[in-house]
Design a protein around this ligand. Structure first.
Ligand code: SF4
Length: 323
């Protein structure tokens, strides 16, 4: 059962699966905001199935971030809050955590911000099941909502911090995003180039994101890197974030341009970690969701496309081309 304002943890399904698989050792991995629930879930599972439960204390930012070390030592690992990106042979089971919050009040509040007659409609996984309901409501206010088909993702209208393809092809000037936090709407406006109205069903807050403003900040970061002589090319070491080949290719390009470049692995990117390296700037090939934070870092941190501008292999106007 899913309660209003709560998440569906699917505990019955989990207990069934543990019994079915005769799992003796079970792992739990929850996103930061929900780690407080971990001990309650562990207690219920071990009480009712007899399994030994081990909770991951590590990060859980996306389906790319499965705790593989824990996965190795358990019979089954339940990873909450994300949907499977590609089928994994390992022992990880994704529990999507749909929210029971009613999205209609915040959608109704957002209507006054929609300037045109048509709007693209997207959401994070927690609210993606409510998009059809939101679409119907918008129609009552005379707004046509288009829920785009995603190239790689399981659900229509779903967006990730690294995949906005469901919003890319929608014929509209604005996007209505249902979800919390700023990195999805910021990424949407940055890469799709459209005005984004972000509607948070939990806080009832409406925020507006404009592409121009955010893109200017990225151009400033690129300008700061134009004189850099040495680059650290960051390779993400989380299970689904490694872009080893593109990192190596970027390093080769840098060397060919007479620059120094070094490959650096990282689980999580933080400014204090970057400052330890004697390079002038960085290129991030791992998770792009921290772009907003990078703006405040002392040394420039660029995306691969932004770096290509620095070395003269891409035009400035082609940075945010969505491919
Ligand atoms: S790479 Fe980043 S944005 Fe993409 S799923 Fe992982 S954590 Fe989310």
């Amino acid at each position: 059962m899913m309660l209003k304002n709560s998440y569906e943890f699917e505990l019955e399904k989990i207990k069934e699966l543990i019994k079915e698989r005769r799992a003796i050792r079970v792992g739990l991995q929850l996103p930061e905001g929900l780690k407080t629930k971990a001990t309650d879930i562990a207690a219920e599972i071990s009480q009712e199935t007899g399994a030994e439960v081990i909770i991951s204390g590590n990060s859980c930012y996306g389906a790319c971030d499965v705790d593989e070390k824990l996965e190795r030592i358990v019979d089954v690992l339940f990873h909450f809050g994300h949907t499977e990106l590609r089928s994994r042979k390992e022992k990880c089971v994704f529990i999507e955590l749909r929210s029971g919050v009613d999205v209609k009040p915040v959608v109704e509040k957002a209507v006054t911000e929609i300037k045109g007659d048509t709007v693209g409609l997207v959401a994070t996984l927690q609210h993606v099941h409510a998009l059809k309901e939101a679409k119907k409501l918008l129609a009552r206010f005379g707004k046509k909502a288009v829920i785009g088909k995603s190239r790689n993702l399981k659900y229509e209208g779903l967006v990730l911090g690294c995949d906005f393809s469901s919003a890319a092809m929608v014929p509209c000037e604005e996007i209505l995003f249902i979800g919390s936090g700023s990195f999805h709407p910021a990424g949407l406006t940055l890469y799709i180039g459209k005005r984004v109205i972000a509607a948070d069903p939990f806080t009832m807050q409406i925020s507006i994101y404009e592409a121009e403003e955010l893109r200017k900040k990225r151009y400033v970061a690129i300008e700061r890197a134009l004189d850099a002589k040495s680059f650290g090319v960051i390779i993400g070491m989380k299970s689904g974030q490694s872009n080893l080949n593109s990192a190596i290719a970027l390093r080769i390009k840098a060397i060919e341009k007479g620059l120094n470049a070094y490959l650096i692995t990282m689980d999580e990117i933080g400014e204090e970690k970057l400052l330890a390296f004697k390079v002038d700037a960085f290129v991030n090939t791992a998770c792009p969701r921290l772009t907003e934070d990078f703006i405040h870092f002392k040394k420039p941190v660029l995306s691969a496309k932004e770096f290509e501008v620095v070395i003269g292999e891409r035009e400035w106007e082609d940075i945010f081309v969505f491919v």
